[in-house]
Design a protein around this ligand. Structure first.
Ligand SMILES: Cc1cc2nc3c(=O)[nH]c(=O)nc-3n(C[C@H](O)[C@H](O)[C@H](O)COP(=O)(O)O)c2cc1C
Length: 223
């Protein structure tokens, strides 16, 4: 348990989490990965739907297959972009799609599924028009819940001394990865998390200052 007096230290610890892209060869024990999943499923979810699943890939050949599928798609995209005007802007961007996967010793592929919108259905059953009301589907609540689960997973990874990088890049090979891991509708992958013990320390990318991202309403004079 963290004492509230330790909250500033906890914040400093949270701020020290980094996306890690280079890992040592040391395997991540299954028990450690199981704790990451325990952490993930402690996340809040809309009406406690727990709309998540996780493919936990330790098998080396399978990891290579996933990384290679992403690399192949990245190369395909690179060749297309090279024909246009953005080859220079794109640069080595595509490397960030697969390189962390290629040297990770574990890959977790989080998945979410949507459910029928309960409240929208209630409104419709009373003869109302659900389109008149923003309900859970307006915020893709199941996707949000699964992203919350991924964040708790990353936080546990930080506590375990692991490096992790949650990546959207592997989405370019979504169909191949889903087929490889047997992920079928209604489930959909939400990127992939590369995991392992960090080989190098990563620099902290700057954050926007809180005054740029938070709007405070502290009294009622704004009305
Ligand atoms: C949804 C999401 C997608 C991301 N996709 C990638 C990716 O494809 N490749 C990569 O190297 N990093 C990826 N990142 C990591 C970000 O680059 C990183 O979080 C950001 O630069 C801030 O660095 P930090 O996590 O060390 O604080 C992603 C992060 C998030 C949350």
């Amino acid at each position: 348990m963290i004492d509230p007096s330790d909250a500033p230290a906890f914040l400093a610890w949270l701020q020290a989490r980094r996306s890690t892209r280079v890992f040592t060869d040391a395997p991540v024990p299954r028990a450690v990965l199981a704790r990451l999943i325990e952490a993930a499923i402690s996340a809040p979810s809309n009406t406690n739907r727990q709309p998540w699943r996780f493919a936990v890939v330790r098998a080396p050949a399978l990891r290579t297959r996933i990384a290679e599928a992403v690399r192949a798609k990245a190369d395909e995209i690179k060749a297309i972009i090279a024909r246009g005007h953005h080859a220079e802007d794109y640069g080595s961007y595509g490397d960030f799609f697969h390189e962390p996967l290629a040297n990770a010793t574990a890959i977790i592929v989080p998945q979410y599924r949507s459910y029928p919108d309960l409240i929208a259905n209630f409104i419709a059953s009373g003869g109302g028009d659900p389109a008149q009301y923003a309900t859970a589907s307006a915020m893709q609540a199941e996707l949000c819940s699964t992203c919350a689960a991924v964040m708790t997973l990353l936080t546990q990874a930080h506590a375990e001394g692991l490096g992790a990088c949650w990546m959207a890049g592997p989405m370019i090979a979504r169909d191949e990865i889903q087929r490889t891991l047997g992920i079928e509708a209604p489930w959909q992958m939400v990127g992939a998390v590369a995991l392992g013990y960090p080989a190098t320390a990563s620099a902290a990318p700057p954050r926007k200052p809180i005054d740029r991202v938070a709007t405070w309403f502290e009294d009622d004079t704004h009305e």
